[in-house]
Design a protein around this ligand. Structure first.
Ligand SMILES: [Zn+2]
Length: 392
């Protein structure tokens, strides 16, 4: 392979929560079989690696990295991580995702080794740790995007609890025992007690009018405006406990280890460490391991840090505390050029317009990879916008 720049074909994930139009339209086709298109993966994850269009035909990037790791990752990244340390995605969130928290690297390693030693099969539904890695995440909104992110600050949470008659006793628990005591109480509450508490509240919320910055909107959406017949999902509590955050197009947010979060609605690009370690806390029929969950949540109020990005020349940078990945947005007017030299494997996603780079002419929805230590120039053939993922 003489080229060091390749077009990449990503992989679609048809999870049930996905939307029907955004990703097909981005990729340039019609969703004729009406399947949900939840995620578009751009990377080298072993379970769904991107395919590179090479001179020798279409090849799995994961396989190429296995064969020639230093060429594809660069020496520094290979020695440090042994793999492409990030996974880049487009998400279209139609129905809300589960509440989740991700472990630190140290906790992930210990948890993985513990479950391996106990002989828990890697695919078992009660398996918590699929690998030894942490999973920090950053996302940038592609339009209005809503999510739950961290516990509300103390005053605000106390105010929420005081305003709901069913939560009267929880207001006292919070005042006495703080975030941990409050969360432990609702997560360990027997199902019939949780139902008794939440059903009248859900019924009221369904009957009322809400805006999206109010918990009632999301409670009502979760049940499609119909009172649930079975046990109530205990993630409902978290909709009241956590910050409801709205991001506007181009705004980002970072989620490090221990910050509970859930995507509620909208489209984004997401970049994360290459891991599948998720501990769930509700809004899901999937396994919830409450004791394990309680070990990993950081029990403190959070003021969401919305990243506006810093613009420099053609590029908007999003400063992050992560070592595994970085993200920026590149905006090129017609005829303008972005000139750079890659220090790691970089992935570009074209969100708007058309560009020329090396031997490629690419348009909206297309993706290309620049291998490390490559000088390259991207030229706008039309006004173009791209996202760039890289290792800092
Ligand atoms: Zn997450």
């Amino acid at each position: 392979m003489k080229h060091k720049i390749f077009k990449l074909q990503g992989k679609v994930q048809h999870y049930a929560w996905g939307g029907y139009e955004f990703i097909p339209s981005l990729l340039g086709f019609e969703n004729t079989d009406h399947k949900p298109y939840a995620e578009y993966w751009m990377g080298a994850h072993p379970s769904a690696s991107g395919m590179l269009e090479t001179e020798e035909g279409l090849q799995s990037w994961y396989d190429l990295i296995q064969r020639e790791p230093i060429k594809h990752l660069g020496k520094k990244v290979y020695q440090r991580f042994g793999e492409l340390p990030y996974l880049f995605k487009v998400l279209d969130v139609n129905e809300m995702l589960s509440i989740q928290v991700h472990p630190t690297k140290e906790e992930a390693r210990k948890g993985f080794e513990r479950e391996e030693a106990a002989g828990v099969p890697i695919q078992a539904s009660h398996r918590n740790y699929k690998d030894k890695n942490h999973k920090p995440e950053v996302m940038v909104a592609l339009g209005d995007f809503w999510l739950l992110h961290g516990f509300k600050k103390e005053d605000e949470l106390q105010q929420t609890l005081n305003s709901i008659p069913e939560f009267d006793f929880l207001a006292k628990v919070f005042a006495a025992d703080g975030y941990y005591g409050l969360y432990k109480m609702v997560m360990e509450m027997p199902p019939n007690e949780a139902d008794e508490l939440l059903l009248p509240l859900i019924e009221r919320e369904i009957a009322a009018e809400h805006s999206k910055d109010q918990p009632g909107y999301w409670v009502s959406k979760l049940y499609n405006g119909i009172l649930p017949a079975g046990n109530v999902d205990r993630g409902i509590f978290s909709i009241y406990f956590f910050n409801i955050v709205e991001l506007k197009k181009g705004e980002g947010i970072y989620q490090g280890a221990g910050v509970p979060h859930a995507y509620l609605e909208g489209q984004n690009v997401e970049l994360m460490a290459n891991s599948d370690n998720v501990l769930r806390g509700g809004l899901t029929p999937k396994h919830i391991d409450v004791p394990e969950l309680l070990k990993h949540i950081v029990f403190e109020g959070v003021k969401p840090n919305i990243l506006a990005g810093n613009e420099l020349e053609h590029e908007i940078h999003y400063p992050l505390p992560a070592e595994d990945f970085g993200i920026s947005a590149v905006n090129l007017e017609y005829g303008r050029e972005y000139v750079s030299t890659s220090t790691s494997a970089e992935i570009f996603l074209i969100m708007k317009g058309e560009i020329h780079c090396d031997h490629l002419n690419l348009k909206r929805g297309e993706v290309f990879v620049v291998l490390p230590d490559t000088e390259y120039t991207i030229r706008g053939i039309e006004d173009a916008s791209l996202f760039k993922a890289f290792v800092p």
